[in-house]
Design a protein around this ligand. Structure first.
Ligand code: FMN
Length: 374
């Protein structure tokens, strides 16, 4: 099936506008995920072997997840398990519906296997997203994998009111999330990344945790794990402070990393044009820094805080690198665009092989294997 994508779909996708190609793909995935029979068909090609992991009280049948941004509107929920994912992060969702930045705002560079996007949190807002998710629940089609909801801040909300915005979304979406990811690291909403500073972050996380408690009481259920997603462009010292803040606030983990505003050198005419686009860069060139960030957080938290590793993963070797440097779960976005849907299964299979090669019984034994914790 991988060959089908490489020889058939990829050349067609390559000549299409990036965002149009994305929505065409999402529409097809959504359609194929709608009926049991088509889901069974998808599973036949794409389902992953089991590789159990348990973190922050949630069981994952494999550690490979879909990263935020691919299913911003939670439209294709039912399809992600059939495509082999062990979990899926939908969103970013903001409290208010918003259009995002003017188009074009998504760019691909096939040679470097990277994307630049300045989408600006285009999404349906928390209310509409909650209604859509409720419908899936009511229809009895709820996916059998953990679903994370990525939360962004609405553009119209000033940073000093950010907590209300995030908490409003938590309240509306609470019952649909297995866990939440508070995204303070997208480069495409003005000043959003300032929320990563110590001055803002501790207060914001505390408010999210309080909102979570309130929702749990109202629903007579357990609190949902909350994680924070960080940028790769922070100085190491800033990252260390965030790691300490996350741990002391009682967060369940860190997602590392979001896209980068730095640019690789690409010495082709199209590459030079590509790197001039503003926005966040994802894919292959992000891999090294994202792994460094994972390692740093793992060291700083003495391996005690779960890390979801994301950035530049396109095969089992990349995923393994993230895991041995401290990630207990991994995700990707760009590789889905460049490598197609067989990538998930192939990464899980590859990870199982790695465990065998290292004579390890479980993924837990591999997490942080390459890091000396003080
Ligand atoms: C088009 C696009 C939209 C994205 N939207 C979000 C988002 O809404 N929230 C978020 O936290 N990350 C978002 N991301 C970042 C990804 O979740 C991921 O952190 C990043 O792309 C690095 O992973 P990759 O190299 O596997 O793509 C987006 C990425 C892309 C390419």
């Amino acid at each position: 099936m991988g060959w089908f994508f490489r020889l058939g779909a990829r050349p067609i996708l390559a000549v299409q506008d990036s965002e149009k190609a994305h929505y065409r793909a999402i529409r097809k995935i959504k359609l194929l995920g709608r009926w049991k029979i088509t889901r069974v068909f998808l599973s036949g090609f794409f389902s992953s072997p089991t590789l159990n992991v348990e973190r922050f009280g949630i069981k994952f049948s494999n550690p490979v997840g879909l990263a935020a941004g691919m299913d911003k509107k939670a439209e294709a929920l039912t399809a992600w398990p059939a495509l082999g994912f062990g979990f899926a992060e939908v969103g970013g969702v903001t409290l208010h519906e918003q259009q995002g930045n003017p188009k074009p705002r998504m760019f691909r560079n096939w040679n470097s296997r990277s994307l630049i996007n300045r989408m600006g949190f285009n999404n349906d807002g928390a209310d509409k997203t909650a209604k859509r998710m409720l419908k899936v629940k009511e229809n009895g089609n709820w996916p059998n994998i953990p679903i994370a909801i990525n939360l962004g801040k609405s553009k119209i909300t000033e940073n000093e009111n950010a907590a209300e915005d995030y908490c409003g979304s938590i309240e509306k979406l609470w019952e649909f999330a297995d866990f939440f990811v508070v995204n303070v690291s997208s480069p495409n909403t003005p000043n959003l990344r300032d929320l990563q500073t110590d001055e803002h972050l501790a207060g914001l996380l505390e408010r999210c945790i309080q909102q979570n408690k309130k929702c749990a009481e109202e629903h007579g259920a357990k609190e949902k794990p909350i994680l924070v997603k960080v940028a790769p462009d922070l100085e190491d010292e800033q990252l260390a402070i965030i790691a300490r803040t996350a741990r002391s606030s009682g967060l369940s983990g860190i997602v590392a990393t979001n896209t980068t505003i730095s640019r690789p050198e690409i010495n082709t005419k199209s590459g030079k044009k590509f790197t001039k686009e503003t926005g966040g860069l994802s894919g292959k060139p992000l891999g090294k820094r994202s792994t460094e960030v994972i390692r740093l957080i793992y060291q700083e938290t003495e391996g005690q805080l779960p890390i979801i590793g994301v950035g530049g993963i396109s095969n089992a070797d990349d995923a393994w690198e993230k895991i041995i440097n401290g990630a207990c779960l991994v995700q990707f976005y760009s590789a889905f665009v460049f490598e197609g849907p067989t990538i998930t299964k192939s990464i899980v299979k590859g990870l199982k092989k790695k465990l065998k090669q290292h004579s390890l019984d479980s993924l837990d034994q591999a997490v942080g294997m390459a890091v000396n914790v003080r």
